[in-house]
Design a protein around this ligand. Structure first.
Ligand code: SF4
Ligand code: SF4
Length: 165
């Protein structure tokens, strides 16, 4: 798929970052051990913490694996926020500072909806973009395709299952 840009010519995620409204604010990003290893390999300092879910959608009923990532105290491993803000530690002025191959798998998959079996669809509920209600357009703007997403989905569940089986 060829990347396209909004009419402004600016990448859609850069526009979100510039506007200060982005999926990388407020979200609790779960990290697999593979995510931790890939980011650590970049030389990152401390970037993990543990927290209980702040939204119901972090515990989907239809997917047994998301119930297993929690510790007995109800927390799970997520990315820390920047000091005094709800911005992800890795959010820069033009979007994520991590390259796609070191970005957490759940970030690579957004805004696809998925479970342990398959990719289900596209729901950009965190996305403030005017294109959010047009799935083919937003996938094109994000340069995402279903086959690549399916590979990442499989990798995500392999890494979850390796740690939590
Ligand atoms: S790791 Fe990157 S894509 Fe994921 S929430 Fe943080 S800034 Fe956004
Ligand atoms: S995925 Fe959507 S909400 Fe997140 S930065 Fe990109 S356009 Fe904005």
């Amino acid at each position: 798929m060829t990347a396209i840009t909004p009419a402004s010519g600016e990448h859609i995620c850069s526009r979100c970052a510039r506007q200060g409204t982005t999926c990388c604010q407020g979200s609790q990003v779960f990290l697999t051990l593979g995510d931790v290893d890939r980011i650590t390999a970049l030389g990152a300092g401390q970037f993990t913490t543990y927290a209980a879910p702040n939204q119901d959608y972090y515990i989907p009923d239809c997917d047994p694996w998301w119930g297993r990532i929690f510790h007995p105290d109800g927390t799970r491993r997520i990315i820390v926020k920047q000091e005094d803000s709800n911005f992800c530690l890795f959010l820069g002025e033009t979007g994520c500072r991590l390259g796609i191959e070191s970005r957490p798998l759940v970030c690579r998959l957004y805004p696809f909806e998925y479970d342990h079996n398959c990719i289900k669809g596209v729901t950009a509920h965190l996305c403030p973009s005017p294109e959010r209600d047009n799935p083919p357009l937003i996938l094109a703007l994000l340069n995402m395709n279903r086959d690549q997403a399916e590979n990442w989905r499989s990798q995500l569940y392999r890494e979850i299952q390796a740690e939590f089986s």
